[in-house]
Design a protein around this ligand. Structure first.
Ligand code: G4P
Length: 534
């Protein structure tokens, strides 16, 4: 098991065995398939195929909506816990859609590492690159899985070069593929000098592992076709010479990524990757907070909300707040303080997400994700403690990139619409702005698909048909500065001013020129494109 950093005390074993991570990838690279195999080897599902529905559902928009209807499925898939060897893995799902980058960003604040899945034929694709940049902002350790090696893929050195160049990270091969496409036989485990031979007959069977003493071991010839042996020896020799050796510290610092080659659908390379997560991904890490950092080994429980999912059961209007425990040992029934409102909160029905089922959590440790059902008290960015006033930081809200006006189909239902919009805003599904002049609301999103999803959900969950209409505004900036200066600025720019769903002042912009003008003419005012959530 991994060593604690020299300046940190050893963690209690229950915390030290936790690995909380997300998978980042471009659509179709194999995230769903890999997740399924994780769950299979983690003993959380009995057979492959159970999470399949989700991957398929995501493909088309209408299916995506159907999935949203099946809130239960998407929720239980939002965070999954399972054991693997001595480890407890918490896999936090990142939303698959490229539209939901803000949600994804927040999800990545709840994990200590990421597994990057790339398609061996396609290499680093756009969405992977974007998500990688987000991980880099937080120096998240990244482990790479190069998938679909059973298909024609690119040259191994090419793939590694591309990652090194596009993502500016050192890559060290943890395994080396032998053959490719039809000729793919398996991989050489560079870390343990083992041969892993793929079983093509049974996709759910784990590869056969053959211990060898190195590349000169005669056993090699028994398992690898003669035409591939020389190539393998040559490539591994070159790899050892040209590529950096595994440096666990560099991995933890996010400067190096080990790469495993495999085929998720054939269960190949997945166990080695899981062992790699145990060995090289970090233990639960301290959380940034004000006025002090929170260390996982602290005996008192703290946690923060990184995601809220509303209307899981439309009849009850309940919500589940996803809380990452930052420290301590949580037990069901604990009374925690909701720092934003300073109110006590008894957490009597917390939920742990064990793959397909939601289960009542009797206990949880730092690093775990629990779901807390509530009626709207818990918002994204909220901190829970055992009394101390601490606020976890670094959970941002981004300025929307698309704005539209929204009206209720039935004008008499304007109040209902407001309520629905506020609820979605708290869930983080959209930004809602109330302009100072005129009636109605402006909704802001990051990707266009969100408007459609939002419209469909308002109709479905609130029985309220809505109309979106274009507005002259294209983006919004949060306004800050000394109070009198802000008030004077707001009074002079009434037609641009609005309040966001937390009541904070924003300046609605039509084009970059508007922002440039404020920056030039109003040095006393600061406009920002992100806001730290409470
Ligand atoms: P995603 O969640 O990243 O979008 O990818 P997903 O796992 O859904 O996989 C995308 C497609 O790639 C699926 O095929 C899946 O079966 C296939 N796939 C995943 N891993 C491997 C692999 O190791 N080798 C090969 N050859 N294919 C793989 P599909 O045709 O879209 O779906 P399906 O009909 O197979 O379910």
């Amino acid at each position: 098991m991994q060593q604690a950093a020299p300046n940190r005390p050893a963690l209690p074993p229950e915390i030290a065995r936790r690995r909380t991570f997300a998978i980042i990838s471009h659509p179709d690279a194999g995230k769903t398939t890999l997740t399924e195999k994780f769950l299979l080897f983690g003993g959380a599902i009995q057979m492959a195929g159970q999470v399949r529905a989700k991957g398929e559902a995501r493909r088309t928009r209408s299916d995506f909506m159907a999935m949203e209807k099946e809130r239960g499925i998407s929720v239980s898939a939002s965070a999954m816990s399972f054991d693997f060897g001595d480890f407890r893995f918490n896999l936090v799902d990142t939303p698959g859609h490229s539209d939901f980058s803000e949600d994804t960003y927040r999800t990545l604040t709840a994990v200590d590492a990421a597994v990057m899945v790339i398609d061996g034929a396609k290499g680093v694709e756009s969405q992977t690159q974007k998500l990688f940049e987000v991980c880099r902002l937080r120096d998240l350790p990244i482990l790479t899985f190069c998938n679909k090696m059973d298909r024609e893929s690119r040259d191994t050195f090419d793939i590694i070069d591309e990652i090194q160049e596009n993502l500016a990270i050192d890559v060290t091969p943890a395994s080396w593929p032998i053959g490719m496409g039809r000729d793919f036989v398996g991989a050489y485990d560079m870390l343990n000098d083992r041969l892993e031979i793929m079983d093509r007959a049974d996709r759910n069977r784990v590869a056969e592992s053959i211990k060898i003493t190195g590349l000169d071991d005669p056993k090699l010839a028994e398992c690898v076709p003669a035409n591939l042996i020389d190539q393998l020896r040559e490539e591994i020799e070159m790899a050892r010479e040209l590529l950096p050796a595994l440096d666990p510290k560099a991995v933890l610092e996010g400067h190096m990524t080990p790469i495993w080659f495999g085929s998720a659908i054939n269960s190949f390379g997945v166990k080695e990757l899981m062992q790699g997560i145990g060995a090289y991904a970090p233990e639960p890490q301290p959380a940034r907070a004000e006025p002090r950092e929170i260390a996982p080994e602290e005996s008192k429980v703290t946690g923060f909300v990184f995601k809220v999912q509303a209307n899981m059961d439309p009849k009850h209007r309940d919500r589940v707040a996803f809380v990452r425990l930052a420290s301590g040992h949580f037990e069901r029934g604990m009374k925690l303080t909701h720092v934003r409102t300073k109110k006590p909160m008894t957490v009597s029905a917390p939920v742990l997400f064990l793959a397909a089922d939601r289960e009542l959590a009797e206990e949880a440790w730092a690093g775990d994700i629990i779901g807390i059902p509530n009626h709207g008290q818990l918002r994204i960015g909220d901190t829970l403690t055992e009394g101390e006033t601490l606020k976890v930081t670094g959970i941002p809200s981004f300025a929307p990139e698309l704005l539209q006006g929204v009206r209720a189909g039935d004008p008499m239902k304007a109040k209902h619409l407001e309520k629905a919009l506020m609820q979605f805003a708290e869930e983080g599904a959209a930004k809602v702005f109330k302009p100072q002049i005129g009636s109605g609301f402006i909704v802001g999103v990051v990707g266009a698909l969100q408007f459609e999803v939002l419209g469909a959900r308002i109709e479905q969950e609130y029985g309220l048909p809505v109309r979106f209409e274009s507005t002259q505004f294209t983006s919004a900036r949060w306004v800050s500065g000394a109070k009198p200066a802000v008030e004077a600025f707001a009074a002079r720019n009434m037609q641009h001013m609005a309040a966001d769903n937390d009541g904070d002042l924003v300046y609605l912009t039509r084009m970059q020129w508007d922002i440039d003008r404020v920056v030039r003419d109003h040095p006393e005012i600061t406009l920002s494109a992100t806001k730290e959530l409470m």
